[in-house]
Design a protein around this ligand. Structure first.
Ligand code: SF4
Ligand code: MG
Length: 325
């Protein structure tokens, strides 16, 4: 069967100025492949970014792209999704952009379970502004731009996402594009708020957590004397954390406890894959539809707001009457 869209349909010819070897290229490629394999019509995909190296992503994907303000990709994305729930909305944020200045939006997006996807480009630094410590840089780490070791604790994106109420939580690795592509597809297909924290080496400013380090540099197996890759796949261990309505409280607590242990794992072993899927909740859009039955048929983005001459068609005279004294 001939597919309607080709992989090249998701690419643009905009000049890419990410540094050579940047993990961002892997995320971009995985995203384009995911859109292609799902055969999503580029004109039905909305991509939102904030500010940072990740912010350039919408320029390189042939879809509707919105390069917004620092930390503000999520409110834009949420507004668009609520106005047009039929469209596919994806927000790409940096770790500083999304979990620093945009942290409040990240928390509140999770509470609602809006059906959209967030991809975090997590390189532990503010790459675009010369490598300052981002909220995911571990305490005591000193990357090359820092005059002294990092004085703050890092936020854990997986556990933060869980605490906020995200119903699909995963971690990917920018240099494993096949695996990341599958995660992005699952996140897009998930009905609810999905977040993927992507480990994205920044070869220019993060000289500690490098591609070689993730591949196992210095991580020697005492038995064989060989280096062991730090990144491993959760699914290869039989891990599967899906929460459903028919599970007992005890079962849910056990699953969540297991997820928390995995989310804390970092160092010699770093898990990637789906950490958590919760199938118990309606999406925000479903909840609105229960109150406004024709919401999805006639959402705000499809409603006429002006006549042919451009004048507003809303009649607010009754509201004004109530306000008059
Ligand atoms: Fe990539 Fe780092 Fe360069 Fe930004 S500064 S483009 S994150 S390598
Ligand atoms: Mg960053």
């Amino acid at each position: 069967m001939e597919l309607k869209f080709k992989l090249t349909d998701y690419r643009t010819t905009v000049h890419n100025n990410w540094c050579p070897g940047c993990g961002d290229f892997g995320i971009l490629s995985a995203l384009q492949q995911a859109l292609y394999e799902l055969q999503l019509d580029p004109s039905n995909v909305l991509l939102f970014s904030g500010i940072g190296c990740s912010g350039k992503t919408p320029h390189y994907v042939n879809a509707y792209g919105f390069h917004t303000l620092h930390g503000r990709a999520l409110p834009y994305a949420i507004g668009a999704k609520l106005a047009r729930p039929d469209l596919e909305v994806i927000a790409v944020v940096g770790d500083g952009d999304g979990l620093g200045i945009g942290a409040g939006h990240f928390v509140n997006a999770g509470r609602r379970n809006i059906d959209f996807t967030i991809i975090i480009f997590d390189n532990e630094v503010y790459g675009l502004t010369k490598g300052q410590a981002s909220p995911t840089l571990k305490l005591g780490m000193q990357t090359k731009s820092l005059p002294k070791p990092n004085i703050s604790q890092a936020v854990n994106p997986i556990l933060l996402a869980y605490a906020c109420g995200y119903t699909f939580i995963a971690r990917g690795y920018a240099y494993d594009t096949n695996h990341l592509k599958e995660l992005i597809k699952q996140a897009i297909l998930h009905k609810g708020s999905a977040v993927i924290d992507v480990i994205q080496p920044c070869p220019t400013y993060n000289d500690i957590h490098t591609k070689d380090w993730f591949a196992g540099k210095g991580n020697i197996d005492p038995k064989t004397g060989k280096e062991i890759p730090r990144i491993y796949k959760l699914e290869s261990t039989g891990y599967n954390c899906v929460i459903t309505n028919d599970m007992s409280e005890e079962e849910i607590s056990r699953k969540v406890a297991e997820m928390i242990v995995k989310a804390y794992e970092w160092g010699d072993r770093i898990p990637i894959g789906v950490f958590y899927r919760d199938l118990r909740y309606d999406t925000y859009e479903d909840r609105i539809e229960k109150r406004i039955p024709n919401y999805k048929i006639y959402p705000p983005g499809k409603q006429l707001i002006s006549n042919k001459e451009g004048y507003p068609i809303a009649d607010i005279s009754k509201i004004l009457e109530k306000l008059s004294i």
